[in-house]
Design a protein around this ligand. Structure first.
Ligand SMILES: C[S@@+](CC[C@H](N)C(=O)[O-])C[C@H]1O[C@@H](n2cnc3c(N)ncnc32)[C@H](O)[C@@H]1O
Length: 292
């Protein structure tokens, strides 16, 4: 990516705006809050650190490194005797580099910034209580290395750009691979509440529930195999899953472009007998104005 523009979010922490994807890297309600609430709390890391001495995290879309930084911060602050292993996947090395160069990581203690700077240089950092690996490349391919190793996570941070901007990382096929990297009692957390994403997670054999929200943003999604600790979806959200919006993105070869994946879904929606999403919306939000 070229030079990224810095944006200040509502909790005072900064993020970047990507011209290429037409989106900010975090919610405007708070970049640091998003890392701590959507991902650390969403994956139930406090509960997991209480129960086990060893935690494994798969950080999908490492970006500026905030979610990984928040996880290390949690370890250092509350469980310095425990061990944390992280595998982080990111397409574009210039993103974490610009975050470090612009001083955005100074939100966290210096020791964490130094660790992440070393991670970027060497792609792996091993200390007595940390083992972090950063794999650069398209996550659709790099995740296959993780699957091959049979490496399974207690927590997955699923943080790509939104489905319309980056459908490649929300498909049935990609989320199927993500599910393979999840322990039986592990949790996947994301900010996305998209019905298409929820369907793809269910197709991967997972149960889904509602994630915590940051500011006024709609609550995202958490997923696990055993469904434990998952706050249930509301009636409105359940009915959303029976509309055309719930038709998932597909990418059988894990190589298609954004445009092809979007067009494939649009065609499937046209042929579908599911309820039109506008009808569902009129039922639940009658005060809104619609142009059909
Ligand atoms: C919403 S941002 C992630 C923010 C990040 N989790 C953080 O805490 O700073 C999405 C990231 O996905 C990366 N990305 C886009 N396409 C990708 C792909 N195919 N594989 C891996 N990463 C990708 C982008 O470069 C960007 O850094």
């Amino acid at each position: 990516m070229g030079k990224l523009e810095t944006i200040i979010t509502a909790d005072g922490s900064k993020t970047f705006y990507s011209e290429e994807f037409g989106e900010t890297f975090h919610t405007k309600y708070g970049a640091k809050s998003e890392a701590e609430i959507t991902y650390i709390k969403g994956c139930r890391l406090p509960e997991k650190f209480h129960k086990q001495k060893q935690i494994r995290i798969l950080d999908i879309c490492y970006g500026l490194g905030y979610n990984t930084a928040a996880a290390i911060d949690y370890l250092f602050t509350f469980h310095p005797q425990s061990h944390l292993e992280i595998i982080a996947l990111e397409l574009d090395e210039t993103v974490p580099r610009q975050a470090l160069d612009c001083g955005l990581l100074s939100l966290w203690p210096g020791e964490i910034t130094e660790t992440l700077a070393a991670l970027l240089e060497k792609k792996q950092v091993i200390t007595p209580n940390l083992n972090i690996t950063l794999i650069i490349g398209d996550a659709r391919q790099t995740i296959q290395e993780v699957v091959k190793k049979n490496w399974q996570a207690d927590a997955v941070f699923l943080d790509p750009f939104s489905p319309p901007k980056c459908p490649q990382l929300w498909t049935v096929e990609f989320l199927g691979l993500v599910a393979k990297c999840l322990k039986e009692d592990g949790i996947i957390a994301t900010y996305s509440a998209a019905a298409a994403v929820r369907t793809a997670l269910k197709m991967a054999g997972l149960e889904i529930g509602v994630n915590f929200c940051v500011g006024r943003r709609t609550p995202g999604t958490i997923a696990s195999y055993n469904g434990e600790l998952l706050p249930p979806l509301s009636q409105m959200e359940l009915e959303h899953l029976n509309t055309k919006a719930a038709i998932p993105y597909r990418d059988p070869s894990l190589k298609d472009s954004r445009e092809i994946i979007i067009e494939r879904r649009r065609k499937e929606q046209l042929l579908s007998n599911l309820e039109p999403t506008t009808k569902w919306r009129k039922r639940w939000f009658p005060q809104e104005k619609y142009v059909d």
